[in-house]
Design a protein around this ligand. Sequence first.
Ligand code: ARG
Length: 463
Amino acid sequence: MATVNTDKLSSARFAQATDAFVEIFTASVDFDQRMAMQDIEGSLAHAKMLCKIGILTETEREEIISGLGTIAKEIEQGEFNWSIQQEDVHMNIEARLTELIGIAGKKLHTGRSRNDQVATDIRLYLRQEIDNINSQLSRLQHAILDLAEKEADTIMPGFTHLQVAQPVTFGHHLMAWFEMLCRDKERLHDCCKRINIMPLGAAALAGTSYPIDRLMTAELLGFSRPSNNSLDSVSDRDFAIEFTAAGSLIMMHLSRFSEELVIWASAQFDFIDIPDAFCTGSSIMPQKKNPDVPELIRGKSGRVTGHLVSLLMLMKGQPLAYNKDNQEDKEPLFDTADTLINSLRAFADMVPHLTAKKDNMYKAAKQGFATATDLADYLVRKGMAFRDAHEVVGLAVRLGVDSKRDLSEISLEELQQFSTEITADVFDILKLEGSVAARKHIGGTAPDTVRKAIVAARIALNS
Ligand code: ARG
């Protein structure tokens, strides 16, 4: 928590001191101090550029560089005295710089404003968080690939409407998760292109009368280019909304994985074991082992979508250019980044330790007439129209339901009463192994196809 201090940087115009509560109410330092290192990075680049265009002497530049270095150390060591009176991270650092080096510190703000400064800081900050999110996404993808490889032959029921539909391999199911994460990464990558554009130089809103070199600062800060329009640069937070939208989709995907794990770990399904280290017990029911990690992540997906809606509402209807409303962009953004990194990390840690209960999966796939479509396809291959085949299989399924047998357990003679096209070879396709092996086209569930998909995915992930 920042302390109250004297010597506000921008108060000469005011005859009256700021109301004590308003001071606290309007301050952002308690949360925006998180961007301190980005603020310092931006100031270093700005000072170097000011020196190059002759606004600062080399001595002043060196004083600023060394003062900012001292401040960075103070912050890292938790020794920096954050003050509410200095309102935000930018003014706190500038005030401390002036305290440390005197007049040169007061020159740093030449040709810039907090408006372009904050927009630059957020972009630098998000760029770094996206790198962190991406490495957790890659960890999770590697974990999924390893498990999919191990389970490429494992047969389980595939579901539609949460009813057994057709047999699939567990490896194939896992690779569906992998694909979702690939698109998530692409979205982050794409939004990074628009994040990585530099607002610095837009100053308050109209640019500055100093002959600033924006190409130089953009290069120093690793931005792809300076922004095109000063009014737009200081005001829009669409890049932050895009990031939160991409984050909401990642969390939506994690919530779906989570839901499946919760269902599969239940006694009713009993498809997987989630190791104890990722579960907790109940304080009252000694037998309980609750899948807390996936449940919590499922829950956390809601707050990230909430942040997306907050930011959209924050931006909606704002006239150009900067408005104080935008100070409200930070907390949702920081929490989105934290939630993503922590949830992905927990998932990536947990996935390698999931164990498939293969027998239970296999048994479940045998129930619910999962190979009914295979029988219809078999009849079509023998020349029957698909709709007629559908009818024949319906009759066979009804017999199975009435006599409590799977299609593969009904005798050939009994099947032949529905169609004489059915011969002894039908049992190859009625077996679960035959059903999955037949789906060997690109994107299919056949074990060999899944293994090929895993090889291709590994190459793409490592490139
Ligand atoms: N703390 C402010 C923010 O986060 C910095 C910019 C303030 N600019 C201003 N003119 N009040 O948006």
